[in-house]
Write a protein that binds this ligand. Structure first.
Ligand code: ZN
Length: 330
């Protein structure tokens, strides 16, 4: 382990080429080693890394802001929304979030995505500062500097290309592993809640409570018809749904380029499945139209790094990850 690595302001990649076996070994060590201080942070950062696997630019980089947003959401939902602060009480992240929670008089049941944007940004900014002192360097040390590079000055985070590919390839398994170990650690730190209860909470903390804001945008720009069956959505009493084209259980995030508007029948029957491949072409076409709308790209900043190859890889990786039960609309 790299000593005192949490104090680092810059971390360069120590190994560029890694075999899958080496990455698995490091992952296993990171997940099972008990670090005393700020115990759950590494899981929070790993979850944020998973959530941003398809938000990287061509250099495999994401900004600190992107990671801090995911990380803040995860901790907000864990600590404030689910009141599972016991294990992490007194940690810098929890203190910052509690401070915001009290100073804005936020109702406890409020999940992160329902907070006012200014509050989300204020929280993200504070948590980013904590991540700079306590998180980026720590996991960097635990992974022997092999998983990513980071730089506090430019606020850029760069995945090791081999690790990025690995994480996409084994994404589903890694999500389960990280959630399981995070829940186990919270269980050890808390008196009381049962592991299964905690696991359910941990599995849900990355999830949005509503996709309504996306629905508005998509309906405004595009879809008058169900993406899958083509039925008009303007008829009275026709309920519209927002569907994750690649299932949420796999992507664990809500990229607008992965969301489509559907009728309720299609959304319900598709559920957690992957749609037949012909729809991949359709979603790729839809997204081309999306990125050709400058106003929309400005509003939805994640469209700036969208590439159709990402969508196609995501589709192929989800099959590799076990989404083999292909859905066809009736
Ligand atoms: Zn439909």
């Amino acid at each position: 382990m790299l000593e005192m690595s949490h104090k680092l302001r810059v971390g360069e990649l120590r190994a560029l080429y890694l075999t899958e076996e080496e990455i698995w070994r490091t992952f296993t060590i990171v997940l099972t080693t008990k670090s005393k201080k700020s115990a759950t942070y590494k899981f929070g950062l790993l979850k944020a890394m998973i959530e941003n696997l398809y938000q990287v630019d061509e250099e495999a980089e994401v900004t600190y802001d992107q990671l801090a947003y995911s990380f803040t959401k995860i901790y907000w939902n864990l600590v404030i929304h689910h009141e599972l602060e016991q294990g992490t009480r007194g940690s810098a992240v929890v203190n910052q979030l509690n401070d915001i929670y009290h100073s804005y008089n936020i109702p406890q049941e409020m999940p992160f995505d329902k907070l006012d944007t200014t509050i989300q940004l204020a929280a993200t900014r504070r948590i980013k500062a904590v991540m700079k002192t306590n998180v980026f360097g720590a996991l960097y040390g635990d992974t022997q500097g092999a998983f990513y590079a980071f730089d506090h000055k430019t606020e850029q985070f760069k995945y090791n290309g081999a690790v990025l590919t690995f994480m996409r390839k084994y994404q589903r398994l890694l999500i389960d592993l990280v959630n399981h170990h995070m829940a186990k650690m919270i269980e050890q730190l808390n008196e009381g809640p049962h592991i299964q209860y905690l696991l359910n909470k941990v599995e849900s903390i990355a999830k949005r409570s509503t996709l309504k804001p996306f629905e508005k945008v998509l309906l405004h720009y595009f879809e008058d018809n169900c993406f899958y069956c083509g039925k008009s959505l303007h008829k009275t009493n026709m309920q519209t749904h927002v569907d994750h084209f690649i299932p949420w259980s796999f992507v664990q995030s809500d990229h607008i380029w992965n969301l489509v508007i559907t009728c309720s029948a299609c959304n319900t029957s598709k559920n957690d499945k992957l749609a037949v491949r012909s729809y991949l072409d359709e979603v790729v076409d839809r997204n081309e139209r999306m990125i050709n709308q400058p106003e929309l790209v400005q509003q939805e900043s994640e469209l700036a790094t969208y590439k159709k190859e990402k969508m196609i890889h995501l589709y192929d990786y989800s099959i590799q990850n076990g989404y083999e039960d292909i859905w066809v609309p009736r």
